[in-house]
Design a protein around this ligand. Sequence first.
Ligand SMILES: Nc1ncnc2c1ncn2[C@@H]1O[C@H](COP(=O)(O)OP(=O)(O)O)[C@@H](O)[C@H]1O
Ligand SMILES: O=P(O)(O)OC[C@H]1O[C@H](OP(=O)(O)OP(=O)(O)O)[C@H](O)[C@@H]1O
Length: 198
Amino acid sequence: MSETATMADGQAGAIGPGRLVLVVGPSGAGKDTLLRLAQAACADDHDIVFPRRIVTRESSADEDNVALGPDEFRRACEHGDFAVHWDAHGHSYALPLDINDDIRAGRTVVANVSRTVIGALRQTYADVVVVAITAPPDVLAARLAARARQSDGNIAERLSRSVDDRSAQADVTILNAGSAEYHARQLVRVIRNEGWQD
Ligand SMILES: Nc1ncnc2c1ncn2[C@@H]1O[C@H](COP(=O)(O)OP(=O)(O)O)[C@@H](O)[C@H]1O
Ligand SMILES: O=P(O)(O)OC[C@H]1O[C@H](OP(=O)(O)OP(=O)(O)O)[C@H](O)[C@@H]1O
């Protein structure tokens, strides 16, 4: 399995003062679901930004991503259009460079990223909060089977993906085993920097 984490702007902790909230976790944990609900809850707050990811797969009901072909993605990468990019599950993913403008303007940027890029992002941004979304293994398997997204490829391979936990330490962990609405409210409280376990 290969992943790459490449930063466009590598000055340690240089980019602030806004917060970068990273939503991470295994496939099927519910990252996109909680993000969609949180985005809807924050729709009126223009200081909270949910950037569209760039992914080498079609946009779907699960994620409203910008879809690029592999060659276009590579050219955009070489052109310096991405704040960060990585490869996983046979796809390439990126966050757009303009998140840096939002963060410099003091806005909060919320994004679903690979656990493999947390270390690099913590070094590059001044205020990073990592939110791990988790669920028991049997729940992950059932959810991925039910999601049945064609671009997911082999579900067993998705489930078996492991990431070095030392590089992926979370500030907050949400065990997404209750209702999605309840856990999305927890995520919103983290995004708003409020007490999240109330
Ligand atoms: N709290 C929850 N309760 C029940 N089903 C959920 C919950 N959270 C997510 N799901 C479902 O699990 C599947 C995987 O969720 P998704 O958000 O796509 O996960 P991820 O982005 O982490 O891979 C989806 O079909 C989604 O509807
Ligand atoms: O390195 P990892 O932490 O394992 O993450 C790898 C990738 O998997 C997820 O993407 P994707 O949206 O394709 O999958 P998911 O929705 O099934 O998690 C996540 O957003 C990362 O882009």
